[in-house]
Design a binder for this molecule. Structure first.
Ligand code: NAI
Length: 300
């Protein structure tokens, strides 16, 4: 075991249960001071219960690790600031932030209320903003940081009944893409993970024979690696579960230039050339709009 975090402080949001709890235990086992944040509500985000975070802190301390509990809501500005303040007060810094807290309120889109929409967007997307902002301020002052966004295959690829969740989960990918560009001259890396686990969140989804192999712990090694100071990865997305790990990319096809920026293009011409326009032969991962050069032949 040489991916160690001695002297580093890691904030894990939503670490009172499920995947977040496993992250917290492993960061602590590898020497990190861990802030265990959890509001302790139910799966749909209602209610609070401070014992969720407290129990994980007790477990870490009982094993000889360092941890501090925080019970704030990631989805508020005050909550985000208080989570980072817990790290500063208990351990004097923040080196790692894993934005993991989450809720679901699944419904077919036309049956979904605006409250169900807002609640899910709020915890996942606003929550990632509210905690990342004060954490990044600390990291920028010290020129070091590792931040994880938690996305989902429901947003990356689509899943029935999760329009609020899918939208929020792609939102954090957009947030990561911009922050990785804005912070590229500092040693602060942003990556996104799309985990899969049998947890409270997925309680009715996986049949028992599959659930038993989807222990949340299998998501931990990737996050540990991405958050280590020796890992240069920045701006990537990894899907994972049950011991499977895969890079996932947003790619753009080579496309087809049929115009010159002056001639009007009738829709019929798109129909005619649609197969060539749609071709993914030679598609590339676009990591930054500055390197997005496919249109440039038009302007040369
Ligand atoms: P979980 O429901 O077991 O744990 C989520 C934790 O977040 C709970 O302990 C909850 O109290 C906490 N939390 C919720 N709202 C909070 C808030 N406003 N502030 C602070 N804490 C809050 O869920 P699980 O499965 O461990 O999910 C962890 C993350 O992974 C979530 O972001 C989820 O969307 C994501 N994910 C999980 C998948 C899975 O297969 N379990 C699939 C794809 C993504």
């Amino acid at each position: 075991m040489d991916l160690l975090f001695n002297g580093r402080t890691a904030i894990i949001t939503g670490a009172g249960a499920g995947i977040g709890r496993e992250y917290a235990l492993e960061f602590a086992r590898r020497g990190a001071n861990v802030v265990v944040n959890d509001l302790g509500g139910s799966r749909d985000g209602s209610g609070v219960n401070s014992s969720a975070a407290d129990l994980v802190v007790e477990e870490i301390r009982a094993a000889g690790g360092q941890a501090a509990a925080n019970h704030d809501n990631v989805a508020t500005e005050e909550g985000g600031r208080a989570i980072v303040a817990t790290a500063m007060e208990a351990f004097g810094g923040v080196d790692v932030l894993v934005n993991n807290a989450g809720i679901i309120r699944d419904k077919n889109f036309l049956k979904m209320t605006v409250e169900e929409w807002d609640a899910v967007i709020s915890v996942h997307l606003r929550g990632a903003y509210c905690v990342t902002r004060p954490a990044l301020e600390v990291m920028r002052n010290r020129n070091y940081g590792r931040i994880i966004m938690t996305t989902s295959t429901s947003g990356l690829f689509g899943n029935f009944g999760q329009s609020n969740y899918g939208a929020a989960k792609m939102g954090v990918v957009g947030l990561m893409n911009v922050l990785k560009v804005e912070n590229k001259k500092y040693d602060i890396h942003f990556n996104a993970v799309a985990p899969t686990a049998a947890s409270r969140m997925t309680a009715e989804i996986f049949p028992p024979n599959i659930a038993e192999r989807l222990h949340p712990k299998f998501n931990v090694p990737m996050v540990i690696y991405l958050c280590h100071e020796g890992c240069a990865e920045n701006g990537s997305i990894f899907a994972m579960g049950a011991g499977w790990y895969a890079r996932t990319e947003i790619v753009c096809g080579k496309g087809l230039c049929i115009g010159d920026g002056r001639r009007d293009i009738p829709a019929e011409e798109i129909r005619e050339r649609f197969a060539e326009i749609s071709s993914m032969d030679g598609a590339k991962n676009v990591t930054n709009v500055e390197t997005f050069s496919y249109m440039s032949p038009l302007f040369s």
